[in-house]
Design a protein around this ligand. Sequence first.
Ligand code: FAD
Length: 302
Amino acid sequence: MFLIKLYLKNSKLEFFNFFKKLFMGILINFVKQWIAGENLEEAIERSKKLNEKGIGVILNFLGEELKDKKSVEETVEEYFRMIELLKKENINGYLSVKLTQLGLNIDEKYCFENLKKIAWKCFKNSKMLWIDMESSDYTQKTIDIYLKIFRLYKNVGLCIQSYLKRSENDVKRLLKKRGIIRLVKGAYKESEKVVFKKKEEINKNFLKIMKILFKRSKNYFAIATHDEKLIKEAIKLSKKYKKNFEFEMLFGVRERLKPLILKQGFKLKVYVPYGKDWIPYVLRRIREKPSYLIFAFKSIFI
Ligand SMILES: Cc1cc2nc3c(=O)[nH]c(=O)nc-3n(C[C@H](O)[C@H](O)[C@H](O)COP(=O)(O)OP(=O)(O)OC[C@H]3O[C@@H](n4cnc5c(N)ncnc54)[C@H](O)[C@@H]3O)c2cc1C
């Protein structure tokens, strides 16, 4: 009797483990449409393939809201390794960091020192460094830190979100300092006190800010969207104002649109995130395209 019970218990466990493995396998496959892998070497291989197609890359090591110095220091080391490998493998690519992965939640000065180390190494290796924009809790601090680092290193750019009501003024202020801007719509869950909630309002503000960039920017800038209407508007503006700009898109999103942009002779970079800490990033991608989740569930259970 005891042996039968033990056998049933073990087979239940095996059954459970089998389904756990199957579920995790499907989940990882689902996630891998948006991330280049779990380590830098995988991201570099993906970057080489994108470069072969004429697409530049912007590598990001996944991780945000870090609360302990050990994780922050490991992240800084990872970015150092990234710069070295980009150089060694002759990759057409830059970096993008989040300030909360460099210690913004621990101490602002500490975060700035970490950013400075990365910006210096990028500068030495002729690499551009982008700073991602996170939730509105960090907007002011991120802009302040950007302006401070930009005084030291001119190879640093900042992401600005068109869903934020304040962004038009921020962009005007940044342009006065010749700041480098990447314009996106914005990906965080925010209150209507600070953001436009309706798609039309976000798009209208994107167009407005994009026009400001084309008219006033004396520096390089990036239009980062997969929205075909806005891309067409950018192309029109680029014919009127001869500016140094590029289009940017996310890894795994709107793959058929990318070659069309290249064909018309525009520069295109793809944001390539990698790492084990992919949950917040993937959740933001799912929020943009919830139908993917239904598709993933169907592929698991049906
Ligand atoms: C290079 C780059 C850097 C970014 N950096 C930041 C940042 O620092 N901070 C920040 O808040 N946001 C950032 N984002 C994300 C951005 O804010 C938007 O959330 C994201 O780009 C989707 O908006 P969209 O402009 O493509 O317009 P949408 O209106 O969302 O989408 C336009 C079209 O693209 C398709 N699409 C959009 N997203 C997906 C998806 N995940 N999967 C499949 N199809 C999709 C839509 O179906 C639609 O047809 C970045 C985006 C890019 C491209």
